[in-house]
Design a protein around this ligand. Structure first.
Ligand SMILES: Nc1ncnc2c1ncn2[C@@H]1O[C@H](COP(=O)(O)OP(=O)(O)OP(=O)(O)O)[C@@H](O)[C@H]1O
Ligand SMILES: [Mg+2]
Length: 244
């Protein structure tokens, strides 16, 4: 496994958000992390990228424990995190937003420009928007830019947090196809989604989180067909509706 998480516990102060989850992602796979609001999906990604130091458990990447690593070390090791809500810089151009993704590497500016070109090959629309400022982009364009910036770190593993959120269905399809292409090109992907149906179309396997625990896991095909999955999702939908 490229990424191995074992008995991971994460707390926000006195509140335990992850109660000891274990999961793995093999090299070249797209694995999806599913679950309702508040299940702990973003918390898992933040613990992997060390934005949140875990209270217990281990995260290993390429056989190496990430204990004691800070977020910059993790990026340098080959893990890029595209956070929920995109967080692109509104006052910077598309190209400058992309260049920022290379900050953790010790690359020359010539190398960075070559990498911008290479990444733009996957995002033809961004090429046409290169000089535009971040805030002028549509939601879908911003999501593509956030992913492009993540790829500028030249990651072996890309962590994506709800890339479909708030996007129109056709745009979502485009984003999902782009993620599938990134994986085919050799980057391993851990994809957080609330939209299980969508994520299971492109993922090989998935884990379903429920209130900080892995409730269900398996091959995407099997999960798509499983009654238990449907029941779990109906259950989550009811809980979300009840708490809203
Ligand atoms: N900064 C924080 N302080 C305190 N509790 C938090 C904080 N961030 C998240 N939590 C809690 O941790 C739990 C997991 O949250 P997390 O954001 O990981 O869920 P999620 O699965 O990503 O949900 P969503 O689909 O809404 O993004 C929730 O109960 C949430 O309320
Ligand atoms: Mg989240």
């Amino acid at each position: 496994m490229l990424l191995e998480i074992e008995s991971l516990v994460v707390r926000y102060g006195a509140v335990e958000a992850l109660h000891g989850i274990s999961l793995g992602v093999a090299e070249g796979e797209i694995v999806s992390l599913l679950g309702a609001n508040g299940a702990g999906k973003s918390t898992t990604l933040k613990a992997i990228s060390r934005i949140l130091p875990p209270s217990a458990g281990t995260v290993r990447f390429a056989g190496r424990s990430l204990d004691g690593f800070d977020p910059e070390d993790v990026v340098a090791l080959g893990i890029a995190h595209v956070p929920e809500g995109r967080r692109i810089f509104p006052g910077l151009s598309v190209l400058d937003n992309m260049r920022l993704g290379a900050t953790a590497r010790r690359a020359t500016s010539a190398q960075i420009e070559r990498d911008v070109e290479e990444v733009l090959g996957i995002f033809p629309k961004l090429r046409t928007l290169g000089a535009k400022l971040g805030w002028t982009l549509s939601g879908g364009e911003q999501q593509m830019l956030a992913i492009a910036r993540g790829l500028m770190a030249k990651p072996k593993l890309l962590l994506l947090d709800e890339p479909s959120l708030g996007l129109a269905p056709l745009v979502v399809k485009d984003v999902m196809q782009t993620i599938a292409r990134i994986a085919r090109d050799g980057t391993t992907v851990l994809l957080v989604e609330q939209n299980a149906h969508l994520a299971l179309q492109i993922a090989a396997r998935a884990y379903v989180l429920e209130t900080g625990r892995v409730a269900l896991s398996g091959e995407a095909k099997t999960l798509l067909a499983s009654e238990e999955m449907r029941a779990a999702y109906l259950g989550s939908a009811v809980r979300v509706a009840a708490s809203a």
